[in-house]
Design a protein around this ligand. Structure first.
Ligand code: PLP
Length: 446
């Protein structure tokens, strides 16, 4: 086995994602994960930890499933690679597109495959640009997004992400207008929740009026903002926003990269949880439970009909769109979820997880516990009465995450927020263990 010292020496050549690269130069600042099994991961010294973030909200069915490994291996034996360019296709991508069409709500029946959430979001917007150009509306290109959103790191996906991440500029910044984050606890000061919802709806209507509906192709939203700190909107928000979009001929894109494939107790959350039928749903992560990189942009029949009309090519393509091994992983992942009733089980276990974590709100350091089922965030504050935040330099989230790791739980710090998004195979004793570790770790840092 390669020693941790050797791995860290090699790793000095690796540029990590969303990291303080300078801080990572310090000895011991990085964690080497070498093995994983079920709901647990192991560091290079063999310490076992509960994977409280499922890799990166990915590994929904748990780590190390032999059935997944066998399906991917068998697919590689049969057909290692072929593209879906021009007139080529292959059985596994075809079967997966049909399966996703059957699981997706409404008339979302056509699928464009990519290899990441960023590409899924880019593809959705490019598809809508094709759609509007075909319809003779070449100026209907702008996108409405929200502060607090995270949609990926390509220039287009980063442009629709909260400006806080792009440090103010991307090549596509002119294409985007950001609305307020729907975070009642932070943004709704002095208002009732209903008044806050009215204010958000009013802001959308005003923005459409100012920019002009003829210039806007889409509104994009995560059902629950994930990397923005697990922000849940007031009840009825998504439905209300969709109605305003529909009335203005603006397409509604749901970024379900995190929320799909069981995390909130359903294959897709848009319709089942949030009472909306988007025009496009984007998904990745839980689609293959992270065993292979894959994303899907699932579009309505109406959009598909226009982009597959008689006048011209669909000029968009990625080498690995519908990659056979990734498609095999997705089909097997879905089969496991259906056979074991994972989304249904999450409605009970996820609700228990949410309840247990909400119980941590009694701790002095905790300002708000929020989220739903297996998608939870805990925000730490300096002063519970004023909701005053700790300064970034205090690194409170990071300190709590380290205190958790010491006790055998991997959690994800995001500024003053700690994210918990474990595998979906948690049972009550394991959830109790997570809650116990969190309670001790938060108390230690307070
Ligand atoms: N959309 C959402 C909601 C995400 O959380 C993420 C990543 O975490 C992305 C898109 C981007 O996905 P990827 O990192 O696979 O490009």
């Amino acid at each position: 086995m390669t020693s941790t010292a050797e791995i860290l020496a090699q790793d000095s050549h690796l540029i990590q994602s969303f990291a303080d690269l300078n801080a990572l130069k310090a000895q011991g600042a990085r964690t080497v994960i070498s093995r994983a099994e079920g709901a647990h991961v192991y560091d290079n010294e063999g310490h076992r930890m509960i994977d409280g973030i499922a890799g990166l909200w990915c590994v929904n069915i748990g780590h190390g499933r032999q059935e997944m490994i066998d399906a991917i291996t068998e697919q590689l034996r049969q057909l290692d690679y072929y593209s879906t360019f021009y007139n080529f296709t292959h059985p596994t991508a075809a079967a997966l597109s049909e399966k996703l069409a059957s699981l997706a709500p409404g008339d979302l029946n056509a699928v464009y495959f990519g290899n990441s959430g960023s590409v899924a979001n880019d593809s959705a917007i490019r598809i809508l640009h094709h759609y509007n150009i075909r319809k003779g509306r070449p100026n209907k290109l702008k996108v409405l997004s929200r502060h607090g959103a995270y949609h990926g790191s390509t220039h287009l996906a980063m442009a629709i992400t909260t400006p806080a991440y792009s440090e103010g500029w991307t090549a596509a910044s002119d294409l985007v207008h950001h609305l307020r984050a729907p975070h009642f606890w932070r943004e709704g000061e002095g208002m009732s929740e209903a008044e806050f919802l009215d204010a958000l709806a009013g802001e959308l209507t005003d923005s459409i009026e100012q920019i002009g509906a003829e210039n806007i192709c889409a509104f994009i939203a995560e059902p629950i903002q994930g990397a923005g700190g697990v922000i849940t909107a007031p009840a009825g928000y998504h439905r209300r926003m969709q109605e305003i979009c529909r009335a203005n001929d603006i397409k509604y894109i749901a970024d379900e990269v995190v929320t799909a494939f069981g995390r909130l107790g359903h294959f897709f959350a848009s319709e089942a949880v949030f009472d909306t039928t988007p025009d496009i749903i984007n998904t990745a992560k839980g689609l293959t439970s992270g065993y292979q990189p894959m994303s899907a942009t699932i579009v309505s029949d109406e959009i598909h009909d226009v982009i597959s009309g008689p006048d011209g090519m669909f000029l968009h393509g990625m080498n690995y769109s519908g990659h056979p091994a990734a498609a095999a992983a997705a089909l097997t992942n879905i089969a496991i979820m259906e056979r074991e009733g994972i989304p249904e089980r999450v409605r009970t276990t996820g609700a228990y997880f949410e309840r247990k974590l909400r119980g941590l709100a009694d701790l002095e350091l905790v300002g708000e516990v929020r989220g739903s089922h297996f998608m939870m965030g805990i925000e730490f504050v300096k002063d519970r009465a004023t909701k005053a935040s700790h300064p970034a330099e205090a690194e409170v989230g990071l300190k709590v995450a380290r205190a958790c790791q010491k006790r055998g739980l991997v959690a994800r710090p995001l500024g003053n927020v700690l994210i918990l998004s474990p595998t979906l195979i948690m049972d009550e004793p394991m959830i109790d263990e997570i809650e116990g570790i969190l309670r001790e770790a938060i108390t230690e840092i307070a």
